[in-house]
Design a protein around this ligand. Sequence first.
Ligand code: ATP
Ligand code: MG
Ligand code: MG
Ligand code: MG
Length: 564
Amino acid sequence: MRSSEFLITTHKETPADAEIISHRLMLRAGLIRKLSSGLYTWMPMGLRVLRKVERVVREEMDASGALELAMPMVQPAELWEESGRWEQYGPELLRIQDRHQRDFCLGPTHEEVITDIVRNEISSYKQLPLNLYQIQNKVRDEIRPRFGVMRAREFLMKDAYSFHADATSLEATYGVMHGAYTRIFERLGLDFRPVMADSGSIGGNTSHEFHVLADSGEDAIAFSDGSDYAANIERAETVDQQAQRPAPAKALNKVATPGVKTIADLCAALELAPETTVKTLIVEGAEEGLVALVIRGDHELNSVKAEKHPLVASPLRMATEEEAEAACGAGFGSIGPVGLSLPIVADFSAAACADFYCGANSREEHFEGANWDRDISDYQSADLRNVVAGDPSPDGKGQLQIRRGIEVGHIFQLGTKYSEAMNARVLDETGRNVTLSMGCYGIGVSRIVAAAIEQNHDDRGIIWPSAMAPFQLAIVPLNMHKSAAVAEAAETLHQECLALGIEVLMDDRNERPGVKFADMELLGIPHRIVIGDRSLAEGEIEYQGRRDADSQRVALTEAMSFIT
Ligand code: ATP
Ligand code: MG
Ligand code: MG
Ligand code: MG
């Protein structure tokens, strides 16, 4: 490829509104251009990188036995009503209407659509297990789109969904996906870590996130220096820490719902699944009985159950940002900014309010007897604190280290959550009708590009891992418009590379050498060959790897051995 025939749109200036290095470098290198908040165009150079990531993901998914399909991005509301998520998903779901005023959404994920396909097409256990995936743009109306393609409103995701006649088969495919993800991130040359994620009401270690380690990461992960324990911070702070510290927080007063002393009791009272992570939050200034239930993970399922319970007087609704932040800002609960978990407000019936428990701290310990007319500060117990570096690992081996990470993948054993709600069943070997077990597996393809830059850059620009580089080799001829010898040598080398299938960019622009060097470094091309009159007279070129401090003279005849 000649750069004169390509589109290089690099910029010298550092964009003012870009906060993290990957965002700055992607803009400066001209990989992406902003259209509107959270909406980005992938320019030709950037798209080459994105396609590289996509290819690795596709190859590993295919090798794992998954089958690719393509579902529409526009999804009818009816399916989301069946699963209950039309109500529960909240404002991140971008809803639209067609000309007949029918409701649709732009898909943030595809559990409903795929479950609909499978319930129509699959009738026997003999057709299972089945793992279907697509690589497609997703739309989420993120409350705070930021960091460029890292948290965009439209982004490229690989999403896969597996279906099984029983849980054992689901576990097997989950393991295969865990392996495929590990290979994908290894092949992409990323420093990453799989960690246990809070799996909500499903319980057990049935969800893992894959994090690229980077100081700019929005997430924190905890891992032990003495064992394989690794979890995202929410999980470390809730499920695992709670298991490690069963003692309840101190009782604050003696108002009580008989039998409700712990979160588990509360879940039972509300008929939620036993392992649900529920936080009850007093919404400051709210009328009596207004409580925010923050239900992590499986919030959709649980809020449906909670809503049906006689204790709850009116339909659940999403907490407003103000309510949630008022509650969290007061240090009560640990949901952090809205969006991390989904806060849902339940208006409990007056009868329930008379003796119902409320209030839980960030460790999911339910305060005995706490009540809504008390000041929030009353409920802060002295031993409340988050997991910090040096804490004992929940498995009892070693101490926890805390690092920051970027979530690039997430795998999840969903069980029968969607298949039950949407009535997806098959006949098993004995002719019995069984509800399908389901897993889902996401990779943030476009986020990976930004995450890779967070890990691989210097003050001159991007340093692509080889598997992601838009071009492997830059040929920079000096004064080629004046020197016939340079032009000829560059052309010959260019042709040789093309013949060998090497992705080469020959910078034949009529620019000063300094401009070309700066651009090729900014673009992060792993190998560079400079051809100039002086070295050429001695039959040599100058080679420099992107990570090398200096260039080295190499015989022209040996140039190829450096790249291939
Ligand atoms: P996050 O916690 O960052 O909001 P998520 O948990 O909501 O991500 P999932 O539903 O698990 O995301 O989606 C699968 C993958 O899609 C994520 O692991 C992430 O890599 C990617 N992803 C999610 N939201 C975005 C976004 N707004 N922009 C780019 N990639 C995203
Ligand atoms: Mg999200
Ligand atoms: Mg997440
Ligand atoms: Mg996730």
